[in-house]
Design a protein around this ligand. Sequence first.
Ligand SMILES: *Cc1c(COP(=O)(O)O)cnc(C)c1O
Length: 220
Amino acid sequence: MSITKHLKEIKASLPETVTLVAVSKTKPVSDLMEAYNAGQRIFGENKIQEMAEKHAEMPKDIEWHMIGHVQRNKVKYMAEFVSLIHGVDSFKLLKEINKQAQKHDRIIDCLFQIKIAEEDSKFGMSADEASQLLASEEFSELKHIRIVGLMGMATFTEDLEQVENEFQYLKRTFTTLKAEHSELQIVSMGMSGDYELAIKNGSTMVRVGSRIFGSRNYNN
Ligand SMILES: *Cc1c(COP(=O)(O)O)cnc(C)c1O
């Protein structure tokens, strides 16, 4: 298995408008360094502590994306360096990110996670909640965060029509919100199993893990 080869193949297949986040959760720094040496500079992790450790060990020209569910009490461990937080799903969390960003004199880019899947296990807010939040006064007071787009995770199913419907719903939500909020630029959707379909339906950022690094083993 060659990380370099997989990465180059995937990159060659992506339209120029689509950004690749290499999802490196559970993988050792040596694997990330292979991807780095092949030119990859954007890495996605889903645990804050693991991301902070890898950030400390690796070159400093990497953009670190937090793609997992974020606990408020851990925001402080990534506020100094995180480039993009994909999974923002509440005002409370946003407020904490704003507070920690202020301590480092930063503005942190975030995506609203929209619930597009049927499964209860997937986090996210509704399109209406996102719309109301963006228009609210309490939101406008947060000067150290910037909402730059939306993120969604489709249902884990073989039913590609359902997955496609969910992607289309996220894209429509994005287009509607962008009409009022031109700062929205990113539609983060698509993983190893469905990123081609996501791109066909308007994704601008794909989060690909196992197709680059191989399958994950959560036991070690
Ligand atoms: C793990 C993960 C991915 C990547 O999954 P693969 O199927 O390995 O590509 C993408 N997005 C999120 C939010 C994840 O947690």
